[in-house]
Ligand binder design. Structure first.
Ligand code: SF4
Ligand code: SF4
Length: 374
């Protein structure tokens, strides 16, 4: 693996070289929402923003044909879904979003039930991660095992004052640097020390939440009053799930007829009544608080029990996008209080909440962040 310096003035040349060989997606400001979009030669991405929507859909497509079939005299012909081997680079992805793919890999790369479409997109993609040199008021990656300078993806880079420290983390990442070697120079021990210092400063500016362990949270399942209070104002709109980089609920639909047709996979949301309704009309999660319970326990109890990691990366998007200001940090604090020992402002009203804590505004270094409260 190689560690190099890329002068900021060479970033466009590196991007242009990558654009010539791959589809490159990077953070772009939009009309109303920032997101990841395909960039063209000469286009500089918005390197300093946290996008409103994650790059999830570049690999776990919002709608995707997974197969088509035709009944013929010899049996059934099944044709695999859309082309998924196009080589692409997701450039400028934040460590939390990069980490999110390693989590979604766990169910989709499951050897007993591999999901070929997802695996195809994932294997054909390279992630170039940009470490964070500041934190939003809603960020809490350090509380769930991440870090603003976490080395994840295929290439990791950090802006260290007018130049980037760039490190390849995989063979795929090394190729992206080696093919453009003339743009880079050698990194010094001072450069690496500067990056380490910045990472530590940003991490120390973020609140550290304590989280009840997966088994303790299981014990909350039957505490209906807890879930009802937590979910009091939820509209079941599903916004939190669509902006979440780690949510991966999906629906499968068949189009066509019994002789010939196509099968599509599309994003869905466990917060929707219809998602939970079973054949025959019974709905085991008929109330919004039961669906919230499912979402929270899936992320913080069931997924870690099965795969060993919390299925949340602390990006804070669900907090910023909820129309009624549901704050995931209240669940984390509240559940700890109920299952363990921590005191919590569980009785606070929304009117007490400083709206600033729900924005991606960068927090001044000396300001203590308070979380919301119910
Ligand atoms: S975004 Fe808010 S209101 Fe909508 S489903 Fe999520 S928690 Fe409920
Ligand atoms: S649950 Fe919220 S904070 Fe966690 S990864 Fe999803 S959007 Fe980000």
């Amino acid at each position: 693996m190689v560690t190099k310096i890329l002068p900021a003035g060479n970033l466009q040349a590196w991007l242009d070289s990558l654009v010539a060989a791959y589809e490159v997606y990077a953070p772009v400001e939009g009309d109303g929402a920032s997101t990841f979009k395909k960039i063209n030669k000469g286009q500089m991405p918005a390197m300093d923003i946290r996008t409103d929507t994650p790059p999830k859909g570049l690999i776990f497509k919002q709608v995707e044909k997974i197969l088509s079939f035709e009944v013929n005299p010899d049996g059934i012909t099944v044709i695999p879904g859309d082309e998924n081997g196009t080589k692409k680079i997701v450039f400028g992805i934040r460590p939390c979003d990069s980490r999110s793919f390693t989590l979604t890999d766990k169910p989709f790369f499951d050897p007993e039930l591999p999901e070929n479409q997802y695996m195809g997109h994932r294997n054909a993609s390279a992630l170039v991660t940009t470490a964070c040199t500041s934190a939003c008021r809603t960020c809490f990656c350090t509380s769930i095992g991440g870090a603003p300078d976490e080395k994840t993806g295929d290439v990791w880079m950090m802006d260290i004052d007018g130049k980037y420290l760039v490190e390849s983390l995989t063979g795929k990442g090394e190729e992206l640097i080696k093919a453009n070697e003339a743009l880079f120079s050698d990194a010094s021990a001072d450069d690496e020390a500067a990056a380490k210092r910045i990472g530590e400063e940003v991490a120390s500016s973020m609140p550290k939440l304590n989280i009840a362990d997966a088994k303790a949270l299981d014990g909350l399942f039957n505490d209906d009053a807890f879930w009802q209070k937590l979910t009091d104002k939820c509209l079941s709109c599903g916004a939190c799930t669509f902006v979440c980089p780690t949510c991966y609920c999906f629906d499968v639909r068949d189009e066509g007829n019994t002789r010939k047709g196509e099968r599509y996979r599309g994003w869905d949301s466990c917060m929707f009544y219809q998602y939970n309704r079973a054949a025959g009309g019974h709905n085991p999660r008929e109330f919004h608080w039961k669906r919230m319970r499912q979402r929270m326990l899936h992320k913080f109890s069931y997924f870690p029990e099965k795969y060993g990691d919390i299925d949340c990366v602390g990006c804070g998007r669900c907090i910023r996008s909820c129309p009624v200001s549901y704050d995931l940090r209240d669940f984390l604090e509240g559940s700890l209080a109920v299952t363990g020992a921590a005191p919590v402002g569980f009785e606070k009203e929304l009117s007490d909440v400083d709206e600033k804590v729900r924005t991606c505004e960068i927090k001044p270094a000396d300001e203590t962040v308070k979380t919301g409260g119910l």
